[in-house]
Design a protein. Structure first.
Length: 194
């Protein structure tokens, strides 16, 4: 039903632009010690993207405090990176949603499209069933979703909630924005879908 990600390069560069905004907000807040935040990005090589992303779009934006004795790392929320590290968030969602009711044929299809083997698919499932429901973000967020999304049907029910009423690029962007607080430890910022 919603098994396809927007293919346009503009969608992926838009997600990157959202991450840059989130990063800029974090940078302006500075470190808790008062130190200034300097760029200290990670280079990731995410798999399974519709086309190979240009290298800058593979960066997980992050910062490091410039004050001696602190040097704390600050990593802002992301609409692109979620859960298992080598996949982009959208792909983790898609793999897991497609896994539901998986047949051997479907597992083969997932492998062909995303380079995801059985173990990766299982890891994505664990993310949704075990990691995600334990986050402070989810404990607050899920109560505010209408209709209430059941953990057992994650993430399919989430995809459905966001994509039912919007064109794919808008729906995916809203879903990824909604989930972005999960990507940071203790993230609590919530944006409820319209
Ligand atoms: Zn600091």
């Amino acid at each position: 039903m919603y098994h396809d990600l927007p293919q346009a390069a503009s969608f992926w560069s838009f997600l990157f632009a959202v991450d840059q905004d989130l990063a800029e907000t974090a940078r302006k807040k500075a470190c808790l010690c008062g130190g200034r935040l300097h760029r200290a990005n990670y280079l990731r090589k995410p798999r399974g993207t519709p086309d190979q992303l240009p290298e800058p779009q593979c960066l997980r934006l992050s910062f490091c405090c410039d004050r001696d004795g602190c040097r704390k790392r600050v990593t802002p929320p992301s609409v692109r990176f979620l859960g298992p590290k080598v996949y982009l968030g959208a792909i983790v969602i898609l793999i897991s949603a497609m896994r539901q009711g998986a047949t051997p044929r479907r597992v083969r299809e997932l492998s062909a499209r995303f380079g995801a083997d059985r173990r990766t698919i299982a890891r994505c499932q664990v993310f949704w069933r075990e990691h995600c429901p334990q986050t402070p973000f989810w404990k607050i967020a899920h109560a505010r979703l209408t209709p209430v999304v059941k953990i057992v049907s994650l993430p399919y029910s989430l995809v459905d909630a966001f994509l039912r009423r919007h064109p794919p690029d808008v729906g995916w962007t809203r879903l990824l924005r909604f989930l972005s607080p999960i990507t940071i430890t203790g993230g609590l910022k919530i944006e409820v879908p319209q």
